[in-house]
Design a protein around this ligand. Structure first.
Ligand SMILES: Cc1cc2nc3c(=O)[nH]c(=O)nc-3n(C[C@H](O)[C@H](O)[C@H](O)COP(=O)(O)OP(=O)(O)OC[C@H]3O[C@@H](n4cnc5c(N)ncnc54)[C@H](O)[C@@H]3O)c2cc1C
Length: 479
């Protein structure tokens, strides 16, 4: 076999990155199956009353791998903008610039917070004989950052984001998924805002003119141009492993009459970017009962995105407002027009509020008007009330937003991961496939790495893949 037929499940950054790279290098014949009618997954965009909006605040971070970044630049050309970061955090009824700036630390930090951080920093200089505690997100963060930053910022924020007490979260959440996990790292970041000390890429992000989703659309078009087939509105309902090798993938097409038998597609290899928990449910023969149970024990946090269409040209000059405190339900508010610096449409702007929740929570089933009210009240309380008429409230729900690293989740994820790794001709990767709280550039890097594991004879080199997996372990999510 020289050119395998690879069926990719999911058209988010991981799936499309792989589809584009595989077809551009003529390494495989590629078919992508995506349940939605649009591409991009959680990193997609859509248009709302003339404004390009994303699924919550999305930026391309300068930490992006060079090869991936070169491709994005080549695809988007002048449409890829370099933008200054200009956000702010609500803390003790004050606003502090985010990313932190030395001037804010000196002049604008709430006094109780500033003295607390200073005292925490000084106490670190004194060696202690503390009794080692069981490590959790809370203990690792507190050891690195001190009590004040944790109690006032990271702990309430974590509780809102993941729906768990910080002591119920795994230390992995702190080590690999928080870029400022020690006071020194934070100080270095703050100092990097000083002209002259500024390393390349600090304080900026990249953003496409027509929304973050333009990145995935570019990968989609590149894959099509190079011969890949992409079926949208195609929901995968079963992945059958064949005794003679390869797979048959059953999927329901949205254009088929209701009650029609599922469509079937034969593949030499399946590259899955759908949630690993869903993959375990779809696999035939079924995985052993203990793995089906393991898949039930880990979960992803969901997110409601509430878009307010306002009759005004600009709500504020900031790209994003962060709300770590528990008094508000939302965690972040972004204004997409400020990401691309677009002036049009002149009389309209859109705000996007992020409300993390569980899919069985009361919030998940609130209607659009109720959700609009939740956001308006939060903004009023934070001292940034919406004064312009709200033309429309529009809601989108992401079922799989963040993997939840509950303490001990590794006992369930690791066997599931080993099972998927052990299946001949199957690869599970991407943010959902590896249960990794990763950025888009990490998902794309995984896709490119997977393509590099395809040997000239069409076989997949799992040993090489394991080497790449060690690199993925070093990825740290950027906000
Ligand atoms: C609120 C929020 C903010 C973020 N901000 C940033 C940011 O600023 N910068 C950044 O780089 N990243 C950010 N991210 C992360 C980014 O969205 C992800 O890293 C990226 O989307 C992961 O890509 P993926 O392809 O691995 O997964 P996904 O984007 O989740 O794609 C998976 C795809 O699989 C499809 N699928 C699932 N089940 C099936 C099925 N049965 N059949 C067919 N298709 C199926 C889904 O519809 C989806 O399209 C953010 C994420 C969230 C939630």
């Amino acid at each position: 076999m020289s050119k395998p037929h690879i069926v990719i499940l999911g058209a988010g950054p991981a799936g499309l990155g792989a589809a584009s790279k595989l077809s551009r290098t003529s390494a495989a014949q590629v078919t992508v199956l995506e349940q939605q009618f649009t591409v991009g997954g959680n990193a997609g965009s859509f248009e709302l009353e003339g404004v390009h909006v994303d699924y919550g605040s999305h930026r391309l971070h300068p930490a992006c791998d060079a090869e991936v970044f070169q491709d994005i630049q080549a695809f988007l050309g002048a449409d890829l903008l370099e933008r200054p970061r200009h956000g702010r955090i609500r803390l003790h009824s004050r606003w502090i610039h985010f990313p932190l700036k030395p001037i804010d630390l000196a002049l604008r930090l709430p006094p109780r917070f500033a003295t607390g951080v200073l005292a925490d920093g000084l106490s670190k200089l004194v060696p202690k004989n503390s009794i080692p505690l069981e490590e959790t997100f809370a203990s690792v963060m507190e050891k690195g950052l001190g009590r004040t930053i944790c109690q006032d910022f990271y702990f309430p924020y974590a509780k809102k984001l993941w729906g768990l007490e910080p002591s119920e979260l795994s230390p992995t959440q702190a080590r690999r998924r928080v870029s400022n996990s020690s006071l020194m790292k934070m100080v270095r970041k703050v100092l990097s805002a000083v002209p002259g000390l500024k390393p390349k890429g600090s304080g900026i992000f990249y953003y496409p003119k027509r929304g973050f989703g333009q990145i995935c659309e570019a990968y989609y078009h590149s894959a099509l141009e190079h011969g890949a087939q992409v079926h949208l509105g195609a929901r995968v309902t079963a992945v059958q492993q064949q005794p003679e090798g390869g797979y048959i993938i059953e999927h329901q097409s949205a254009s088929s009459p209701s009650g029609a038998a599922p469509l079937e597609l034969k593949a030499d290899q399946v590259w899955s970017t759908i949630p690993i928990t869903a993959l375990a449910q779809l696999m035939r023969p079924k995985p052993p009962a203990e793995l089906v149970e393991a898949a039930r024990q880990i979960d992803y946090r969901s997110m409601i995105l509430v878009y307010l269409v306002l009759a005004q040209s600009q709500f504020s000059q900031y790209d994003a407002h962060y709300f770590p405190e528990l008094g508000t339900s939302i965690t972040r508010l972004s204004e997409p027009k400020n990401y691309s610096n677009r002036q049009n449409p002149e009389d309209t702007t859109v705000l996007c509020a992020e409300l993390p929740c569980a899919p069985d929570s009361a919030e998940w089933s609130l209607d659009d008007e109720q959700l609009g009210q939740v956001v308006l009240q939060d903004l009023e309380q934070a001292g940034i009330p919406v004064r312009a008429p709200v033309r429309r409230v529009f809601v989108r729900r992401l079922r799989f937003a963040y993997p939840v690293y509950r303490k001990g989740y590794e006992a369930y994820f690791n066997p599931l991961d080993e099972w998927a790794e052990g299946l001949q001709g199957l690869l599970s990767f991407g943010r959902q496939g590896l249960f990794a709280h990763d950025n888009t550039h990490h998902a794309l890097y995984m896709a490119y790495s997977a393509v590099k594991c395809l040997d000239a004879d069409g076989g997949f080199n799992k040993q090489r893949w394991q080497e790449y997996r060690k690199i993925f372990e070093t990825h740290v999510v950027e906000d």
